[in-house]
Design a protein around this ligand. Structure first.
Ligand code: NAD
Length: 473
């Protein structure tokens, strides 16, 4: 039983003013494995005050000083890889392959921020003016449970690179990861107050950060509903906002695709992180004249996908993070059946042989259309929907007929044609015949999938205001 009592304010681990204890579960067993003491509005205010006090000095620090601090952060977080891996498996049941990535990504993303900072142009000439990119102030960083350590490190490294100081509100469900990261960041020996971490509920600590006049910017990753709320909550104090939100991404299979060859990518795109990924390719668009052939290949391939114990090396899909999320996914499977879609694989209940743990059968619907709720709403579990299309124009129209626009995958044999199609899809990132990730490129969504971009110079720029200087000497 782990008890996580402290939050991190002004360079120290301190007991929070808040007194509520929140249970942490192992989703593979449903057992309580620990408790975290949550901060409250008072704790959030103390953290904001510390970040505000640290801002003048940090905002004037040189590029070299920031690079040096980020390098210390990088070394400290990289040294915690194994502990982070254990935390993500225990805390949300990430399967082994995924959890290794989850454990290395936090340090990698700091290294990427260092690279972006080293190349960043903080000043440029615009006609007769100098334009100085100026840090906005205290940043409120709010993270989701499905990549908590990664988003803490990404958002913090980028904010610090820009010269901002920060208050972090991690997901309350990710306290084990947060503790590992907080200890590593403490060891990095940054000036006190430049970052502060307050465990707490979204509607208490998150809300305080979202409304506080001394917070200039919010960077949030999470659901679209909370993201919309944050824009409204920050309006009175004119907060700058970067939002990384949900998705209902299309995997567009063109009619010249080799189905056997592309099926691993189709399933990996849909079932990544046990289907609990914002970028998951959950709508699979397939040419109608080859639908039966696609279904046969998919049925065979999904039968090889293993949902179960995340510690076993051959497990592809781990449990859902919580009982609530498990019930939500079950509800969508029932809904799909009620809406008239046909189950090609999976269905309600746990996979055979498992009688505990929030496990879900890898599920694929077919015979669906894009107006169904299972095709429109983010399910956040291993539930995919095949939708047939008549021709390329209809495929593109279906791909774009969504409130979301985070990611898309186009699969086909003629790469030039794939690229032509990719350019017509409204999404922040479109992949062609690959699931590769490019950390130097901007990441974020169109439409309800977000506002602004993270990563690279786009990420740093989101924490800066251009200041125009016109000087007569
Ligand atoms: P969530 O929106 O429920 O919570 C995210 C964070 O917001 C948590 O820390 C939570 O405590 C906090 N929060 C909740 N209410 C708040 C409020 N009123 N004010 C301030 N903060 C508040 O999301 P989740 O369930 O943790 O994560 C899953 C969601 O995140 C999915 O929709 C997924 O698509 C999205 N996501 C997006 C990306 C991306 O990069 N686009 C990446 C990962 C996850």
């Amino acid at each position: 039983m782990q008890r996580i009592e402290h939050i991190y304010i002004d360079g120290q681990f301190v007991a929070p003013h808040g007194e509520e204890w929140f249970d942490l579960h192992d989703p593979s067993t449903e057992r309580v494995i620990g408790q975290v003491r949550l901060g409250d509005a008072h704790d959030a205010q103390r953290a904001i005050a510390a970040a505000k006090a640290a801002f003048p000095a940090w905002s004037r620090s040189s590029r070299e000083e920031r690079v040096d601090a980020l390098q210390r952060m990088h070394r400290a977080v990289a040294a915690r890889e194994d502990e982070l891996m254990e935390a993500v498996i225990l805390e949300y049941g990430a399967p082994t392959q995924r959890s290794r990535w989850m454990a290395t990504y936090p340090a990698d993303v700091i290294a990427q921020a260092i690279e972006a900072l080293q190349a960043f142009e903080f000043e440029e000439q615009a006609g007769s003016a100098r334009v100085a990119m100026t840090p906005v102030g205290v940043a409120g960083l709010i993270t989701p449970w499905n990549s908590n350590a990664g988003f803490i490190c990404n958002k913090l490294a980028t904010a610090l690179a820009a010269g901002c100081t920060a208050v972090i509100k991690p997901s309350e469900m990710s306290a084990l990861q947060t503790r590992v990261v907080a200890e590593a960041l403490h060891e990095a020996g940054l000036p006190k107050g430049v970052f502060n971490i307050v465990n707490g509920r979204g509607d208490i600590v998150g809300e305080q950060i979202a409304r506080h006049p001394d917070v200039a910017k919010i960077s949030f990753t999470g659901s679209s509903a909370v993201g919309q709320h944050l824009v409204a909550a920050g309006a009175a104090s004119m907060k700058r906002v970067t939002l990384e939100l949900g998705g209902k991404s299309p995997t567009l299979v063109l009619d010249d695709a080799d189905f056997a060859a592309i099926m691993p990518l189709v399933l990996m795109a849909g079932f990544a992180n046990s289907g609990q990924a914002c970028i998951a390719g959950t709508r699979i668009l397939v040419p109608r004249h080859r639908l039966a052939e696609f279904e046969a290949v998919a049925r065979h391939a999904v039968a090889q996908i293993k949902s179960g114990d995340p510690r076993q090396a051959d497990t592809d899909i781990g449990p859902m993070v919580s009982a609530r999320q498990w019930q939500r996914v079950q509800g969508y499977i029932r809904l799909g059946i009620e809406e008239g879609a046909t189950l090609l694989a999976g269905g309600e209940g746990r996979p055979d042989g498992l009688d505990a743990g929030w496990f879900v059968k890898p599920t694929i619907f077919t015979g669906a259309h894009n107006a169904m709720r299972i095709a429109r709403e983010e399910i956040f579990g291993p539930v995919l929907t095949i939708i047939a299309y008549a021709d390329e124009a209809e495929a593109i129209a279906i791909a774009n007929d969504t409130d979301y626009g985070l990611s898309a995958l186009v699969l086909g044999s003629d790469v030039d044609r794939c690229e032509r199609v990719a350019r017509q899809i409204d999404a922040g990132r479109v992949l062609v015949n690959t699931l590769a990730h490019e950390p130097r490129a901007p990441f974020g969504g169109f439409k309800h999938s977000g506002l602004g971009r993270e990563m690279g110079r786009w990420g740093i720029g989101a924490y800066l205001e251009p200041k125009t200087l016109l000087i007569t000497r």
